[in-house]
Design a protein around this ligand. Structure first.
Ligand code: SAH
Ligand code: SF4
Ligand code: F3S
Length: 440
């Protein structure tokens, strides 16, 4: 038995990929360990969204490279978005790496692994994905309650700041039958939540030339499956949220009333500079449509502070948008220049690190305020939650759960277990979580 350690950086797509990598390698005798030092094969699944994430990958490789000096039999692999982006250059920076494979090459692992076991140095990065039925491969899922299903990979949007179209390639939707089969397996295995993943999950089907293959119709099909479970989907591109998708979310009792719709900036000039295909006003319209339809909905977003050329007034429009739209939570980041991207070449418009980080600080403060305000809104209301874990605090069992609208809810009830759905009356709100008591 050989031991495998995978470190995963980046988004849920990467986490899902790692579960698939672990599954494939288990067929070759690799058992996952959480102890890096005892592994025979170390793999880092990397993220390139910001320079900081890419740097993390290389600093980890540096540490592992030192270990290999005293343990030459140790195998080191790197995959994910940094590998796809840097290709052969990975080896120039880290010559001791045994295996480099791209985001399109996961399903090629059965042959790659044999080659590195024969002491070959392998680098497999293609721009075309390996065509296969993913259900033919084992998956070792990390969580016992939630299971991820990637339904569309890649991105055609080319936002000027973003590296993802270069690291994940063009949009490719999986066949609905393949996704439904994976969902059936998941439900049979006892999972209670399915999260459909895509860089632009609401673009699902567009590349198939079949007008009936849409996220809305996929939700309708999944909703028909028997069993007690719920369905989420992330991440939605604002202008791809169709009325039909909103209708489907409304019609389907198993689909969570939660939308993650990154706005990126509250200013239309910056949105256009970012090559986002909507204006501030159009984003406002989408949010109000969703809010008018669902009582307890949560809408979350992502924002970038300090995009090249962003003025103070334009930045303030972002703070205003968070207030005016009553956004429930936002992921935030300071703009980081990326290789291959258009904005990365706007060097004359780059803002100083001081300005970017000062704006990020104000953005984070606004986000904290917005999150608390949003949480306070739910005090007195009843939310349906799914228990994700149990902890003991001051001798009492505390259940950590997630509401349908993605809010984190803590409550005490020794009769409830991980995987249970419970109705909770919210009694207290803090910035990042809610507290409450079970009700019938
Ligand atoms: N497909 C999603 C986002 C995927 S990337 C969408 O269209 O919204 C996740 C987030 O990282 C983005 O929403 C963006 O806010 C942030 N991000 C991407 N590139 C960035 C960069 N160069 N600098 C800072 N943040 C970035
Ligand atoms: Fe990046 Fe834009 Fe594609 Fe999102 S939609 S992954 S931000 S290019
Ligand atoms: Fe990062 Fe790649 Fe995801 S760049 S955010 S791991 S798609």
């Amino acid at each position: 038995m050989k031991k495998l350690y995978i470190e995963t950086l980046g988004c849920q797509m990467n986490k899902s990929d790692s579960e698939r990598i672990a599954g494939i390698l288990s067929d070759f005798g690799y058992v996952e360990t959480t102890v890096e030092k005892e592994a025979d094969l170390l793999i880092i699944n990397t993220c390139s969204i910001r320079q900081l994430s890419a740097d993390k990958a290389y600093s980890k490789l540096g540490v592992w490279g030192k270990w290999k000096k005293t343990r030459p039999e140790l195998k080191i692999g790197i995959c994910g978005c940094v590998a796809q982006q840097d290709k052969e250059k990975v080896r120039q920076r880290a010559p001791y790496v045994d295996l480099v494979f791209g985001t399109h090459n996961i399903y090629e692992l059965p042959s790659l692994i044999k080659r590195i076991e024969e002491d070959e140095k392998v680098c497999s990065i293609t721009t075309k994905p390996i065509v296969c039925n993913q259900n033919d491969f084992k998956i070792i899922r990390k969580d016992s309650v939630n299971a991820w299903i990637p339904i569309i990979e890649g991105c055609n949007n080319f936002c000027t700041y973003c590296v993802v179209p270069f690291t994940r390639g063009r949009e490719r939707s999986r066949a609905p039958e393949e996704i439904i089969q994976e969902a059936k397996n998941i439900i049979k295995d006892g999972f209670k939540e399915i999260t459909l993943l895509g860089q632009n999950v609401d673009s699902y089907g567009k590349d198939t030339n079949s007008p009936d293959i849409t996220l809305a119709n996929l939700l309708r099909e999944l909703n028909k499956l028997d069993g007690e479970f719920r369905i989420r989907f992330v991440t939605s591109y604002p202008s791809d949220i169709t009325d039909d998708l909103i209708d489907a979310v409304d019609e389907c009792d198993k689909v969570c009333k939660y939308f993650h719709i990154p706005m990126q900036s509250g200013n239309s000039r910056i949105l256009s500079e970012m090559n986002r295909r909507y204006t501030k006003e159009e984003y406002y319209t989408i949010v109000s449509k969703i809010r008018n339809r669902f009582a307890n909905v949560a809408i979350t977003s992502d924002f970038i502070a300090g995009f090249p050329g962003e003025t103070e007034e334009e930045f303030i429009d972002t703070l205003k948008a968070i207030d005016e739209l009553e956004l429930d939570y936002s992921n935030t980041a300071a703009y980081s220049p990326r290789v291959f991207t258009k904005a990365g070449k706007m060097t004359d418009k780059f803002l100083s690190e001081e300005v970017k980080y000062e704006r990020l600080e104000r953005l984070n403060e606004k986000n904290r305020e917005a999150s608390l305000k949003s949480n306070e809104k739910f005090v007195g209301r009843i939310l349906n939650v799914l228990v994700e874990s149990k902890t003991i605090k001051d001798g009492k069992v505390v259940l950590n759960s997630r509401a349908d609208n993605n809010k984190i809810v803590h409550f005490e009830d020794s009769s409830k277990n991980v995987g249970d759905f419970v109705n909770i009356k919210i009694t207290k709100a803090q910035t990042w979580c809610l507290f409450g008591n079970p009700v019938d």
